[in-house]
Ligand binder design. Structure first.
Ligand code: AKG
Ligand code: FE2
Length: 211
């Protein structure tokens, strides 16, 4: 990680991570939250268990296929970029990982967006996870299994960039003002890349409760 001060050290059940204060945001970074073996097992299970789909979203009035596969699981549906995703049920693997993430995050999650980057040409462009269903200052826990990919945070105003190498077994939590003041992305690359699975756990408010 570059360009920030690391503040405080945090331990949870022997899995060491730290909360990091960035300008207008807060991150928790635990590079080895899951062991390499555990991460490898999770990768294989998730690859088989989840109902991976390549979905299309509306962009500039056109339907565009997303450059990755996704699955949405949990207790509530979710709409973003004009795409409403009905949730698939939790699997035992997802529930185990969710519990581990909740321990570090100190909050509970009711949904997960799973992303499968099949190769280096699969990516996620700069975006903010700031839908109103996520509420004020959402806490989003992101775990990675499989291939290591770059994760780039960019401050909306100052354009400052902070980069993480999200390798297998790592946990990154975004909290505080991070979704308001920063966007984030997983860039594509020409380098040969093996598949990577990312899970982002979220707490979604049921849409009827939003005024
Ligand atoms: O794959 C990642 O690390 C990021 C995923 C992400 O930003 C998202 O699902 O909103
Ligand atoms: Fe995101």
């Amino acid at each position: 990680m570059n360009g920030t001060d690391n503040v405080g050290l945090f331990e949870s059940a022997g899995k060491t991570g730290e909360w990091i204060t960035i300008p207008q945001g807060r991150l928790y970074w635990a590079p080895h939250y899951f062991s390499a073996q555990q991460a490898d097992d999770y990768f294989k299970h998730l690859l088989n268990e989840l109902n991976w789909r390549q979905q299309s979203i509306r962009m500039f009035g056109r339907q565009v296929l997303q450059p990755r596969l996704q699955a949405w699981c949990g207790d509530v549906q979710y709409t973003y970029s004009g795409l409403t995703m009905k949730p698939e049920p939790w699997t035992p693997t997802l529930l185990a990982i969710k519990a581990a993430c909740e321990q570090a995050a100190g909050v509970s999650f009711n949904s997960v967006l799973a992303n499968l980057y099949r190769h280096g040409q699969d990516y996620m462009g700069f975006h903010q996870d700031n839908e109103k269903e996520l509420g004020y200052q959402p806490v989003i826990a992101s775990v990675s299994f499989g291939e290591q990919r770059r994760f780039v945070l960019k401050h909306i105003e100052t354009k400052q960039k902070i980069e993480f190498a999200l390798h297998s077994g790592s946990l990154l939590i975004m909290a505080g003002e991070t979704q308001t003041c920063w966007s984030h992305s997983v860039p594509k690359t020409q380098k040969p890349m093996q598949p990577r699975i990312n899970l982002t756990f979220r707490q979604i408010m049921p849409t009827d409760n939003i005024g």
